[in-house]
Write a protein that binds this ligand. Structure first.
Ligand code: ADP
Length: 590
């Protein structure tokens, strides 16, 4: 109700009551209402703000007009290939025009099977901006799984790096929907029979009109899609909207999240085929950060060299990448990485020993948590004001947690047995549930997915991650629901055990899984990779090392020394495979 009407009403009420009854007041025009939390309709005034669509077109336009000279670099076999946002946007415009001529319509899925390169960035810009859906394919998947994904998404065109064509050829039985293959970063040796026509990326650009009239897009239209890497189940498709990509990219440029800025030189080591390289390409285009793409060169020596040569300020990858970097620096301590502001780490828990090891080289690890379904950033562990006065050990413990929710998303920890929210005491644990504008509300083709407990509840997404929440709101992952070790009715966190074991000076990597036990249902077993030239660790040694740090019943029942721990397509411990490997080697008795 506005001020004028309220005054008019109070004047009427001052009239003699008889008159008031005879002269009915003019009814107020109906006002828009919203529902309050108690369910009542509450009047609101309409906002006067423009309903401006949040789309990737906006990001593209900024990169093209504001940062055309900003450099983009790709690591190649013999050096670096250099480009700019201006060139990338010009090529993206031509690709969009060519796709339009090829008959690509709004909503069509256009896939990429590619390393992190400038070409890939061109497609990140072209495909969503022309209204199609950028479907990034995970090049580390087995051909059957990859084929399933191509078929499920009904991809129309696939842009593939030349060296990945042999993998694509193996997917031939699943490629019924694919009309063309466009080869990048090299050329195809031949045109295999029964294979969609192969075009060369450069030819497509050369023959394309130089400009394209972008279609009008609704921010809720699909912009990109990615399948989960299927660590614990079959891959499921997540479809990102323009709005979610835009808002997620905006969150990465907030100072209290990753704080990516135009003056940064970013190096996304996290693959562009996995959850949009954690949103970095779009965020970099939004603010004009220089980007150094590692191409297919993921070994620590090449990464470190590129970081030093290009004066990288911010990079992002899974813990195994940073473990590799530490081991490289131990042997090559003079490599100058002083330009680095942050190494963002996610995908698996960052052990505190890793954070401390990087600290010694003045490299600050920023621990983040998220998943394909969450675009991916859900939480980041930054120290809050006042925490700088804590001891180094206390700070380390906080930095090793997965942090508190980034602005825009809400997280709650739900006790799986009672269905009630777990207290913020840092001890009680439950499932992480999350909601927000860049969290998925369903899966692609959900009607085809296996029936089971729904992943969605009361507008929240059930992550399947088990965590505690401390009084400051920091979450700490205990495990994935499927990896928690259940021993005699109590739960043991494999993630916490791994983090502690990896702090042992002779240990390179360690994974812990629950193995069947006749009395206790499950007991922890550690698979350990020793550092080069280190003698194998015995079970006694392991237990003595762990004893002061964990409850007695957490101590592993067996240790297996191995040369490598199996990893998933995105570099996480593959506990499904590890458990099946250990089945033959470990038989726990009472
Ligand atoms: P998939 O779900 O197929 O394995 P994702 O990359 O989406 O592929 O994996 C998301 C999962 O990775 C999360 O649910 C969580 O279990 C794990 N994860 C991500 N970041 C962290 C982190 N910082 N600490 C511990 N686990 C993490």
């Amino acid at each position: 109700m506005n001020w004028f009407r309220r005054n008019a009403a109070s004047q009427q009420s001052s009239q003699p009551s008889q008159v008031a009854q005879n002269i009915a007041p003019t009814p107020a025009p109906s006002e828009p209402t919203i529902r309050s939390q108690s369910g009542n309709a509450v009047p609101v005034i309409s906002s006067t703000m423009m309903d401006y669509p949040l789309t990737v077109q906006f990001i593209f336009q900024r990169a093209k007009t504001l940062f055309p000279k900003r450099e983009l670099v790709t690591v190649t076999a013999d050096g670096y290939e250099r480009s700019t946002f201006g060139e990338v946007c010009a090529n993206a415009e031509k690709i969009a025009a060519a796709l339009n001529i090829m008959g690509v319509k709004k909503g069509d899925r256009i896939a990429t099977l590619a390393w992190n390169t400038t070409r890939h960035l061109e497609l990140y810009m072209a495909i969503p901006t022309m209204g199609a859906v950028l479907h990034t394919l995970n090049l580390r998947l087995a051909s059957d799984q990859l084929g399933f994904i191509i078929q499920d998404a009904a991809d129309k065109i696939i842009f593939a790096d030349a060296d990945l064509l042999p993998l694509l050829e193996k997917c031939r039985p699943y490629m019924g929907s694919v009309e063309r293959i466009v080869v990048m970063n090299g050329s195809a040796a031949s045109q295999p029979a029964d294979f969609p026509p192969i075009l060369q990326y450069e030819d497509v650009i050369a023959n394309a009109p130089t400009s394209f009239t972008w279609p009008e897009l609704d921010e809720r239209e699909a912009a990109a899609m990615c399948y989960t890497s299927g660590t614990t189940a079959n891959p499921k498709g997540v479809v990102y909207s323009h709005r979610s990509v835009y808002l997620h990219a905006s969150s990465l440029i907030m100072t209290d999240t990753i704080g990516l800025s135009g003056s940064d030189i970013a190096m996304p080591i996290v693959p562009m085929f996995h959850v949009n390289a954690w949103g970095l390409p779009h965020a970099a285009a939004m603010v004009g950060s220089k980007v150094v793409f590692p191409g297919k060169y993921m070994d620590p020596a090449r990464i470190a060299r590129a970081m030093a040569d290009e004066r990288v300020t911010l990079s992002a990858g899974v813990p195994t990448i940073w473990l590799g970097l530490v081991q490289f620096l131990e042997k090559n301590p003079t490599v100058d990485l002083s330009s680095i502001r942050y190494l963002v780490c996610g995908g698996s828990a960052a052990p505190s020993a890793l954070i401390a090891a990087l600290d010694k080289y003045n490299l600050k690890l920023l621990h983040a948590w998220g998943m394909t379904e969450t675009s991916p950033i859900g939480s980041i562990s930054r120290l809050k004001a006042g925490m700088e006065s804590l001891s180094y050990t206390e700070q380390l413990a906080i930095r090793a947690k997965q942090g508190f929710p980034v602005p825009g998303v809400e997280i709650r920890i739900m006790n799986m047995e009672t269905g009630k929210e777990a207290p913020w005491d840092g001890v009680s644990f439950g499932e992480i549930q999350i909601r927000g504008p860049w969290i998925t509300g369903s899966y692609f083709h959900s009607e085809n997915l296996e029936q089971g407990e729904s992943k969605f509840i009361d507008g929240w997404f059930r992550t399947g991650d088990v965590a505690t929440m401390d009084p400051d709101g920091y979450i700490q992952i205990v495990d994935r629901t499927k990896d928690v070790i259940k021993s005699g009715g109590e739960w043991i966190s494999s993630v916490q055990l791994e983090s502690i074991i990896m702090a042992h000076p002779r240990v390179a990597e360690a994974a812990v899984v629950g193995m069947p036990h006749p009395k206790w249902q499950e007991r922890p077993v550690a698979a350990v990779v020793m550092k080069p030239d280190q003698p194998p660790m015995t079970l006694e040694e392991l237990r003595t090392f762990l004893e002061p740090q964990v409850a007695k019943w957490w101590l592993p029942d067996a240790i297996v020394i191995t040369s490598a721990i199996p990893k998933t397509s995105v570099g996480k411990f593959d506990k499904k495979i590890l458990r099946s490997q250990l089945q033959d080697q470990v038989h726990l008795a009472d």
